[in-house]
Design a protein around this ligand. Structure first.
Ligand code: CAA
Ligand code: NAP
Length: 248
């Protein structure tokens, strides 16, 4: 993986940070995207924190729910780094609410950030990968796209949609040296899960056979595996990392 250019959307979040660090450890040149509501100083502070811990990671602003923002980001990265070898579509949000109370803004925000984002980013990356006949694309879905979840009709629909995207694109680019895979994490210790109430979180942990939440590092290890040159015969697949909470 040495010298490969890796773009990680949501690279400053809980899982994203672990992915960036592990890819960097393997010798990849890593670019973490951020949104942070446009708070560029907060993004620079994250970058500095990584630097102090020995990780040199480039950063780039993007709104993954916006096609034009993604186009601009990819154009700038291509001009700076020449190519993107590894794309991790990781950015995502939750807006948990039952359907009968959900408003259009909540539905659209979740679908646009978790699913449209795959089109918005990958569309601008894929042509260069095809030209160069190499690429690794890893899409981060969720256990809740597989099993459904009370309060997540929008999130589960978006995360389930990722499987169709992955399997279709995998077929389109299989002969071009590009693999496309999905990872479906279960409940992982990140702000997304830690913002749930203690009571809800305890109920969730009780449903996990391993008896605990997963760690971002456990997800990142799988990303590194699928991003490596060696996993060239794995494409269109879905890797579940959920402590046994949902078994297909
Ligand atoms: N199954 C069945 N009924 C449930 C339920 C469940 N899982 N959760 C709540 N209810 C019921 C309650 O018992 C209550 O019933 P009564 O009215 O009969 O007493 C009713 O729903 C309460 O409904 P409200 O809409 O008023 O509840 P609320 O607004 O307080 O909360 C919720 C609803 C926001 C969905 C809340 O239950 C919640 O946050 N649940 C957790 C959802 C979850 O797991 N999100 C994952 C976030 S992390 C993530 O998404 C990462 C990932 O990919 C894994
Ligand atoms: P997180 O810490 O909240 O990180 C989410 C990331 O998404 C943040 O870095 C955020 O960027 C980015 N993001 C959100 N909206 C964006 C937008 N419009 N444009 C660009 N970036 C945006 O959550 P996480 O747990 O690490 O989640 C990472 C991925 O894993 C998500 O796709 C999530 O659905 C999935 N997942 C998480 C779990 C879990 O249990 N934690 C389980 C299964 C799947 P900024 O912070 O810069 O705004």
């Amino acid at each position: 993986m040495k010298g490969k250019i890796a773009l990680v959307t949501g690279g400053m979040g809980g899982i994203g940070t672990a992915i960036c660090r592990q890819l960097a450890q393997q010798g990849a040149v890593v670019i973490a995207t951020y949104n942070r509501g446009g708070d560029h100083l907060a993004a620079k502070a994250w970058q500095e924190e990584q630097r102090q811990q020995g990780y040199e990671i480039s950063i780039h602003y993007v709104d993954v729910s916006d096609f034009n923002s993604c186009q601009t980001m990819v154009q700038v990265i291509h001009s700076q780094f020449n190519c993107i070898d590894i794309l991790v579509n990781n950015a995502g949000i939750t807006r948990d609410v039952q359907l009968y109370k959900m408003n259009l803004e909540q539905w659209q925000a979740v679908l646009q950030t978790n699913l449209d984002s795959l089109f918005n980013v990958t569309r601008h990356v894929i042509s260069h990968m095809i030209e160069r006949r190499y690429g690794r694309i890893i899409n981060i879905s969720s256990i809740n796209g597989q099993k459904g979840q009370f309060g997540q009709t929008h999130y589960a629909a978006a995360k389930a949609g990722i499987h169709g995207f992955t399997k279709s694109l995998a077929q389109e680019v299989a002969r071009k040296g590009i693999t496309v895979n999905t990872i479906s994490p279960g409940y992982i210790v990140t702000p997304m899960v830690m913002s749930l109430s203690d009571e809800i979180r305890e109920k969730i942990i009780a449903q996990i056979p391993v008896g605990r939440l997963g760690t971002p590092e456990e997800v990142a290890r799988a990303v590194v595996f699928l991003a490596s040159e060696e996993s060239s015969f794995i494409t269109g697949s879905n890797l579940t990392i959920n402590g046994g909470q949902y078994l297909l």
